[in-house]
Design a protein around this ligand. Structure first.
Ligand SMILES: [Fe+2]
Length: 289
């Protein structure tokens, strides 16, 4: 029987790429890089065979989509920030079997749900940036899932539950990665360069810190009660649908695992960023109860 053996919410900011490749920005995101590498080490130790990455930078407008290609390879340049992230080379095995099963389960709920095998469908940087740090040597398969920007938190919950069911049935040991920010208010263009390392508004910073406190204390039920407001008022990336899916897969309000922040919360171009592990064993305990 398969299992989600590892779960995390991670950052995917392009400044991670800048930190490693642009001389003027050398080292600016070393703490985030170290955090991603540590999460990757833990995922490997847990026996991960496939990284399921809910990619809040693969933004869709309708339905549930995943990239079920047998191989993901290419050279990526971001259309959004081509000066910050370009020529990222990648080559990972995909997971068509698990992708197909997840898609079928979500379709059963009455949703448009497609496991794509289209060579023109690119992988976005919400998957590529964390995978480059976490999946060293490309030892594990990668299954990118899109974030539908008009889906509700409730839909995200159902989709997360379907992901967990499919993992169980395939027998796969999977790491579930919610790739997206906390608050997500970019600085206006005029001041965006100066704001590279800070968070846009003290309100957003304070709410993000409170959220991390709730996660660290295992107060997931309270967090989920505030999630719709949090996503709206702090301009959640893709309505924080990645976070809704993550908790849906872990057991929603019955999940009370105490999260561990790896490194520190930080600002990037106005947005609030963090790397956090959610204990997968606590999700297994929910299902067993
Ligand atoms: Fe993003």
């Amino acid at each position: 029987m398969g299992e989600i053996v590892f779960a995390a919410k991670v950052t995917h900011v392009p400044s991670i790429w800048m930190s490693e490749h642009l001389p003027n920005f050398k080292g600016i995101r070393q703490m985030a890089i170290d955090g991603l590498k540590e999460l990757g080490r833990r995922a490997k130790e847990a026996g991960t065979e496939t990284f399921i990455v809910i990619d809040s930078h693969w933004i869709t407008n309708q339905g549930f989509h995943l990239n079920a290609r047998a191989r993901h390879s290419g050279t990526f340049t971001s259309h959004e920030v081509p000066h910050m992230l370009e020529y990222l080379e990648y080559d990972y095995a995909g997971d068509p079997e698990l992708g197909g099963l997840i898609s079928q389960k979500i379709a059963k709920g009455g949703y448009i749900s497609i496991a794509h095998d289209n060579p023109n469908l690119q992988v976005e940087y919400g998957t590529l940036v964390p995978m480059e740090q976490m999946n060293e040597g490309a030892y594990a398969k990668v299954l990118p899932i899109a974030a539908c920007q008009f889906a509700s938190i409730e839909e995200g919950k159902e989709w997360g539950e379907a992901i967990a069911e499919a993992v169980k049935e395939t027998g796969r040991k999977a790491a579930l990665i919610a790739s997206g920010s906390l608050s997500h208010a970019f600085w206006p263009n005029r001041v965006s360069e100066q704001g590279l390392n800070s968070i846009n508004t003290e309100f957003n910073r304070q709410v993000d810190l409170r959220v991390l406190q709730l996660w660290e204390e295992g107060r997931v039920s309270e967090f989920l009660d505030m999630l719709p407001d949090y996503a709206e008022r702090c301009r959640g990336e893709c309505n924080m649908i990645d976070t809704a899916m993550l908790f849906g897969a872990l057991g929603w309000k019955n999940y009370n695992g105490k999260a561990e922040v790896i490194g520190e919360y930080f600002g990037s171009s106005g947005t609030g960023q963090v790397n956090v592990e959610f204990p997968a064993a606590a999700a297994a305990a929910v299902k067993a109860a």
